[in-house]
Write a protein that binds this ligand. Structure first.
Ligand SMILES: O=C1O[C@H](COP(=O)(O)O)[C@@H](O)[C@H](O)[C@H]1O
Length: 260
């Protein structure tokens, strides 16, 4: 398990731009060394802010978009094209503007898709898609994603793993259906903590005053059932990308030395 590293930026705009630059470099490096890259996207304000910053970055053309696999950490279980779906928001922020290979884009199923409103079947289907992509050499039910991004909710939720709910307690499956989420919509599909931990790097994004308490709790030794963000780790790196307001309640001992 990698120890969390923290980077604090002046504000959310700079955080989004710096994270986008960091992601471009990661993808380009992974494509250079392994031929392709795989990234797990997050929904929410900070995740979409990063995608919009990436769309505006001239260096985005350094990415070979046709050799990039995109997955999602969670999805709001709504009809295809619903403006609240994380997939729809990612398309608007970036995906529709770049030449991705559609076969390498892996949105989670919609509630009017092949599984209808059966969220458990939708979760099982996504788990099967992950397992196929993992291949036998991975010895895992999920691929070793290069970067997996997670927005941190004000209640410390990541993906659709909310405090104390059954999904955050899952230890076997890689994907689960979520019922009764405290944040609308109540029905969701989510990667589990074991799937999240199969990534090489996990990046947690939090900007804004409303995230300050969650960041402080998750980084101060809370358990993952009470604070799901505390259980999100990458195999080789766990990176918290924050802005000053989100870092404001961190104990001084955790605050990185060279921060503004
Ligand atoms: O509903 C969700 O919320 C979280 C956090 O969103 P934010 O707007 O508070 O940053 C997000 O990471 C997750 O993907 C999404 O489904």
């Amino acid at each position: 398990m990698s120890t969390p590293q923290l980077v604090v930026h002046r504000d959310k705009e700079l955080m989004a731009q710096a994270a986008a630059a960091r992601l471009i470099t990661k993808i380009v490096d992974a494509q250079a060394s392994r031929g392709s890259a795989s990234v797990v996207l997050t929904g929410g304000r900070n995740g979409n802010g990063l995608l919009a910053a990436l769309a505006a970055a001239p260096a985005r053309d350094a990415i070979d978009w046709g050799r990039l696999d995109l997955w999602w950490g969670d999805e709001r279980f709504l009809p295809e094209g619903d403006p609240e779906r994380n997939h729809t928001q990612a398309r608007e922020a970036l995906l529709d503007a770049v030449p991705l290979d559609p076969k390498r884009v892996h949105p989670m199923p919609a509630s009017d898709g092949p599984y209808g409103t059966d969220v458990e079947a939708a979760a099982e289907a996504y788990a099967a898609e992950l397992a196929r992509a993992a291949g036998p050499e991975n010895h895992s039910a999920a691929p070793t994603f290069d970067v997996l991004m997670l927005g941190v909710g004000p209640d410390t939720h990541v993906a659709s793993l909310f405090p104390e709910m059954p999904a955050v307690r899952e230890t076997e499956r890689t994907v689960v259906g979520v019922h009764g989420a405290p944040k609308p919509p109540p029905t969701r599909v989510s990667l589990t903590l074991p799937a999240i931990r199969s990534a090489r790097e996990v990046w947690l994004l939090a900007a804004g005053e409303d995230k300050a308490q969650a960041v402080a709790i998750a980084l101060s030794g809370a358990g993952e059932i009470q604070a799901p963000a505390a259980g999100a780790h990458g195999r080789s790196r766990t990176l918290w990308l924050l802005d000053r307001t989100a870092a404001a309640q961190l104990p001084r001992s955790l605050y990185p030395p060279a921060s503004p």
